[in-house]
Design a protein around this ligand. Structure first.
Ligand code: NAD
Ligand code: DAU
Length: 350
């Protein structure tokens, strides 16, 4: 089987590529990534020379390029993660999100449709989406299920919702074998330090302010990225065509409680006096349209396919902090912009 994984140089994509390349040596994995600011081939150093792995630099918004790639590579399946993924950036530049997340997804669907010519036996288009398409929950105990109506609020979540609708339209209209999963907030290694957890780890290390939007009362449901990659593996192999699965860790935290916990871990790991890092917490202007609460009900995934998170959050957070402290060079390369030279040095002349 030859699988196209898009966005494989990003945070979650790199974990998915690693999982598929190492777990399935008989699969050919092609990682297609534009290498935007969020794409970093240093995320894949440990597997880049594996025989069943290939990297292709390219833009999913370029329809001709995508069709050419499908014509040359004859993919059996697509696992689509490439996206603009940061809500704050979507507020300042929504068009980029429409282009990559909506147009890019439709280009991939079209190329798959043209290539597979209506024969979807042993073919699959797997679209990786987010819980943000469901909008926001109140402070109660309600959770997002697969039946929850879409109600996106940010340009990011609106673009992801739109891409989900296109994927379902290709299934319903053309009979394409499509599956979608909607996951909650991920954390772990290789997370770009513009997002809450890696940004806070970086700032605490540097003794810089930790910006908390509004009052820090917004709630997110955190899942270890390796568990997300495991879920994608299970759904890719076992889900029925046309199905949707929610993925989440039953692990809700207000932002402020999460950051206070992180500060305690950082004080311990850095040998600082207790309470030292918490002093860096700084309340800043709230995000526009900031969704109050996300919480995923992942019962369907557990009951149908037997998936459950493997790690408790406290353990995952320790592991994540350890990874960032140990991989200082990765973090420095990202924050200095050095990682963007890696492609030229390692790949361009191959
Ligand atoms: P990321 O921003 O870390 O990575 C995105 C990757 O896509 C980067 O490598 C980037 O170079 C690539 N890319 C962007 N535009 C491209 C284009 N036009 N053509 C080709 N490649 C392009 O994102 P992430 O956090 O790893 O998220 C991956 C996917 O998972 C996204 O679809 C996102 O919506 C979804 N998701 C993320 C989370 C989360 O917590 N991060 C949770 C649920 C779902
Ligand atoms: O829920 C899944 C989504 O999780 C994914 O679809 C997105 O791609 C991913 O970026 C993430 O979105 P969030 O907006 O929830 O993640 P972020 O890390 O940006 O913010 C987490 C929470 O922390 C959110 O309530 C905003 C807040 N925040 C964020 C930053 C960057 C702060 O208070 N301060 C900050 O500096």
């Amino acid at each position: 089987m030859k699988i196209l994984i898009t966005g494989g140089a990003g945070f979650i994509g790199s974990h998915v590529v690693r999982r598929f390349v190492t777990t399935y040596p008989n699969y050919q994995i092609v990682n297609l990534d534009k290498l935007t600011y969020a794409g970093n081939l240093e995320n894949l150093l440990d597997i880049e020379n594996k025989a069943n792995y290939k990297f292709v630099k390219g833009d999913i918004v370029d329809a001709d390029f995508i069709q050419n790639l499908f014509d040359t590579e004859h993919f059996d399946a697509v696992i689509h993660l490439a996206a603009e993924s940061h809500v704050d950036r979507s507020i300042s530049n929504p068009i980029e999100f429409v282009m990559t997340n909506v147009v890019g997804t439709v280009n991939l669907l079209n190329a798959a449709k043209t290539t597979w010519k209506g024969d979807y036996d042993n073919k699959r288009f797997y679209h990786v989406s987010t819980d943000e398409v469901y909008g926001t929950l109140g402070e109660g105990t309600e959770m997002f299920t697969e039946e929850t109506s879409y109600d996106p609020h940010s340009p990011y979540s609106a673009s992801k919702a739109s891409s989900d609708h296109f994927v379902r339209a290709y299934h319903d209209t053309y009979g394409m074998d499509c599956v979608i999963s909607n996951c909650s907030n991920n954390y772990g290694s290789f997370h770009f330090p513009e997002k809450l957890i890696p940004l806070s780890i970086h700032n605490i290390k540097q003794n810089k302010a930790i910006p908390i939007y509004g009052k820090g009362e917004n709630i997110r449901d955190w899942l270890w990225v390796v568990d997300h990659a495991r879920a994608i593996d299970v759904i890719f192999h076992k889900a029925k065509t046309g199905s949707t699965y929610n993925i989440g860790g039953h692990n809700e935290w207000t932002n402020i409680d999460l950051i206070r916990t992180l500060c305690k871990v950082m004080d311990r790991k850095l040998g600082r006096p207790k309470g030292e890092s918490e002093k860096l917490i700084t309340y800043v202007t709230d995000r526009a349209g900031h969704d109050l609460r996300y919480a995923i009900d992942a019962t369907k995934l557990k009951e149908d396919l037997g998936w459950e998170p493997s790690l408790q959050f406290e353990e995952g957070l320790e592991k994540t902090v350890d990874w960032y402290l140990k991989n200082e060079e990765w973090l420095n390369n990202v924050t200095s912009g050095n990682y963007q030279h890696y492609y030229k040095e390692q790949y361009q002349n191959r």
